[in-house]
Design a binder for this molecule. Sequence first.
Ligand code: NAP
Ligand code: 12T
Length: 339
Amino acid sequence: MLAKKKLYNVAVAGATGAVGRKMLEILAERDFPVADLKVLASAKSAGQTLTFKGNPVTVEELSENSFAGVDIALFSAGASVSRQFAPFAVKSGCIVIDNSSAFRMEPGIPLVVPEVNPEAIGSDPGIIANPNCSTIQMVVVLKPIHDKFKIKRVVVSTYQSVSGSGQKAIEELRTQTKNLLDGKPSKPDVYPHQIAFNCLPHIDVFLDNGYTKEEMKMVDETRKILGDASIQVSPTTVRVPVFYSHSESVNVETEEPISAVDVKKILSGQPGIRVVDNPETNEYPLAIDGTGRDEVFVGRIRDDISCKNAINFWVVSDNLRKGAALNAVQIAEWLIQKA
Ligand code: NAP
Ligand code: 12T
């Protein structure tokens, strides 16, 4: 376990990326007790300057020797980088909080959303995995429902923003939109098709069962986080031309009788959740309202008219914050609180 200290040495691997930059921002805004901060990225960024609490920090190339003296390492440089370097970080005695999909489903590696299953961290973690962004915002809402009504089946469709696929994708939506509005052609690069003015039912790679890897992450990670392999999950993950925040339409069928009225009540008091559900005044969660906020927003909570013991809802959260950087920093906060 982490030794108790006043201040901790922290490293961010992938610090120049969309998630890494957000990690620096959130560490600063929550006043995480940082002694020394190492910002790590690929060789091409070494020497660049990032800002932390108003001070310049120089990017270093990530290497096997980056972690000497580091207490906590936040990784968000992709799965292959995590696979290559996280073991060296652990060997140097630091705790790794990994944002990639590399270790999430490994038995013995905790997969953690602090509002849902902080106990999974245990007493001696080496690597702690941060779940996929789409899974995080869904399980924050599913957990109190599961505890009370026991979930049998979840059918979910996602409306995922381009920031989920990184800095280059944000740029692609911006330039493609501008070019097309200016009547100029614009070739897709990050995505296999035009993303501006379009919806792509394809996130991550296709698997043999016809689902995408992003969809199967939602299936497997939901079961692992909620600790119940019997929960049936059928996702369709869709990329939409939105810059920040993912939205999801979720249908949940439960063992016990459930009603929208009960669910609204139960969700209202939960940490990390904000119910926004006033159809009479056109109030429901919106991607543009969720952006820059920490909570998971839920609305359109209603009984499923087609099925007994089932409800529908709409859930929105900032994928770079709760879906990635904020959740990772909250895990780090849990560690130092327990140290
Ligand atoms: P991004 O904007 O493309 O940033 C990628 C980062 O990784 C950059 O800092 C990049 O450094 C660094 N990097 C790439 N190859 C590297 C290497 N060989 N050695 C060292 N650093 C390297 O992507 P992003 O959106 O921030 O996502 C980063 C990763 O976080 C993703 O691949 C994914 O695994 C994870 N992620 C997780 C969630 C989640 O759901 N929890 C959400 C989004 C992303 P340079 O600038 O030097 O290239
Ligand atoms: N393909 O961390 O493209 O597993 O939005 C997160 C986001 C993978 C992940 C995306 C992805 C992850 C995306």
